[in-house]
Design a binder for this molecule. Structure first.
Ligand SMILES: [Zn+2]
Ligand SMILES: [Zn+2]
Length: 238
């Protein structure tokens, strides 16, 4: 966190140095990201992502959306609009927050976006099958996504039983965990551990971690078997 003198924010352990939450999903032929955070540009530079086929959005909060303008680099090199998948609520925010990208008279060099509407129905991006899972971020419906045996859920603190059924059978889940103490719109550490157990997913990685959670080297060894803290650059093969 900017200007914070705490032990996590001043830690030299790379696993304590986090940018905002996002994942890159890659198959043999298709590459997509979930969310374009304010750090999207640096995240793509850091991971040397040369080709990006699509962006899928979970919800319109700024820490998940603000970096979308930088897809224009992919427009330029891939010579096509970026396919963006979002539900109605998120699409309204995209159009409101990046109005110049949807203007009738477009200034040269602005991002070219092709909006694709999603809701709760499964869809494909290239050869990647995706099942949306609706979860609750206080009162905001947020989309999690299941890709085969892998499920990604950020920004939630409650999941309805019928949506949990869509997650069960996953081999790996990534779930948000903000801190140890309870929070109004994110899972706390004890809540996230309980949720992983209830879902019966054997491997879990916690993401969207606040500096309030504590040092990676202290918290990670305390976690039950099969559960770990995620960190920037973590690579999982499924
Ligand atoms: Zn949020
Ligand atoms: Zn967030």
């Amino acid at each position: 966190m900017i200007a914070c003198p705490c032990e996590v924010c001043s830690s030299r352990d790379k696993k304590d140095n986090r940018l905002r939450s996002s994942i890159l999903v890659q198959s043999a032929t298709t590459t997509l990201v979930v969310d374009t955070t304010p750090d999207f540009r640096y995240q793509m530079l850091r991971a040397n992502v040369r080709k990006l086929d699509a962006v899928i959005f979970t919800h319109p909060h700024k820490d998940h959306l603000a970096g979308m303008d930088d897809v224009r680099a992919y427009n330029f090199f891939l010579k096509k609009p970026m396919d963006v998948y979002a539900n109605e609520m998120t699409q309204e925010s995209i159009v409101r927050e990046f109005p110049y990208a949807f203007a009738d008279m477009k200034y040269p060099g602005i991002p070219e976006i092709r909006l694709n509407r999603i809701d709760k129905e499964p869809f494909m991006v290239g050869d990647i099958p995706i099942t949306p899972i609706q979860v609750w971020h206080l009162r905001m419906p947020v989309l999690g996504f299941r890709f085969g045996k892998f499920t990604y859920i950020t920004d939630a603190n409650r999941i309805d039983e019928e949506e949990k059924e869509k997650i069960r059978g996953s081999e790996i889940i990534v779930l948000n965990t903000l801190r140890r103490e309870k929070h109004i719109s994110h899972y706390s550490l004890p809540e996230a551990i309980d949720e992983v157990r209830d879902l019966g997913v054997p491997r879990a990685y916690f993401t969207h971690i606040s500096h309030q959670l504590g040092l990676h080297a202290v918290v990670n060894p305390e976690l039950p078997p099969g559960i770990e803290l995620a960190y920037d650059g973590l690579l999982l093969k499924i």
